[in-house]
Design a protein around this ligand. Sequence first.
Ligand code: SF4
Length: 441
Amino acid sequence: MQQAAAPKISFVSLGCPKALVDSERIITRLRAEGYELARKHDGADLVIVNTCGFLDSAKQESLAAIGEAMAANGKVIVTGCMGAEPEQIEAAYPGVLSITGPQQYESVLDAVHRARPALHNPHLDLVPPQGVRLTPRHYAYLKISEGCNNRCSFCIIPKLRGDLASRPAADVLREAEKLVAAGVKELLVISQDTSAYGVDLKYAESPWKDRSVRAKFLDLANELGELGAWVRLHYVYPYPHVDEVIGLMADGKVLPYLDIPFQHASPDVLKLMKRPAAQDKTLDRIKRWREICPDLSLRSTFIVGFPGETERDFEFLLDWLDEAEIDRLGAFKYEPVAGAPSNALEDQIPDEVKQERWNRLMARQQAISARRLKRKVGTRQQVIIDEIGPTVAKGRSKADAPEIDGAVYLSSRRPLRIGEIVTAKIDRADAYDLHGTVAGF
Ligand code: SF4
């Protein structure tokens, strides 16, 4: 008897790593039910578009992706952040089958079942226990909470995703352990506000192995550090208790890397932004962190041209950067987001001023980055291999997160494998990347 073909779904995942995790969960469920993934919209039974609604430019990108899917296929299900405000999508594409907001996995699956029921084939019910991941096999994002209790004036994420909802520590640890057992070498801890983890649970304990673990940033980081993989902490706000985690970095339990989205340095702008943990002692703390853990790399993002940012505020930021020596930096020109309170602020900054400040910020950062990287020439660094090229391999040191930071380009006497961690001697540095030779396997 000829077997019916499994329904094929083409999947588009847009937006941040948090949206990527949502996509992975949906795909895992679909694969468990016997659906297959298609490479192209054309010929697939359905298209799912996981949208991003963070900035207006991201919304445009999402609408364009929906338009492409409608033109190439016609059966389209939309989910994700932009789906939380469906009016714009409905107006542009009234034929879309279903629109849901972020984390509404069940509704997405219901819509898929309605449009194209799954095959009942027990042989297809085979999904690896760690789920299906969209990142390469050797690293994985680990989402520890959803939502956010802060109310930054430029951001609508709490409106889209609600208040902070943390996962119990044992739940996170079980997922992390499965990932490591499946070959993951690096866990990237993400959330909207990682250092606030567990506040909503009142730091409740949950049973893990022979002990109980509190849903607390430090306790979770400590336990993750026991699993034998690199642990990288993203979206950490500098609340006072972050100081404690630096000790874990100095002990080699978690990577000496902190991704702190400072967004600005000027106290006046931070106040207008309503940023959490905005306080003037940050420079002193960074200094202390580097005394405790000299290898610490700091990554941050900044917004230039926020309403009310004066030339003095901006220069304050440039000077602050010089002092803080932020290793890795992403900069954005302020963009009003529909529904964000900052739209109503006075003194919006003209586009040409935003551009000019952005250029100056990037030039300053390039000099800082080059200076910081130069100090690494002659040292030995552990490098995780991401790509193999014909002559050199591309990897990352402990100071580089995938996708957003720099790279280490390596030559090697013997072939390298993706996901392998090697020791490299650093021969030279440029503005953002390092170059070296493999010195140990
Ligand atoms: S911390 Fe601020 S910017 Fe980040 S998600 Fe929460 S409200 Fe938005």
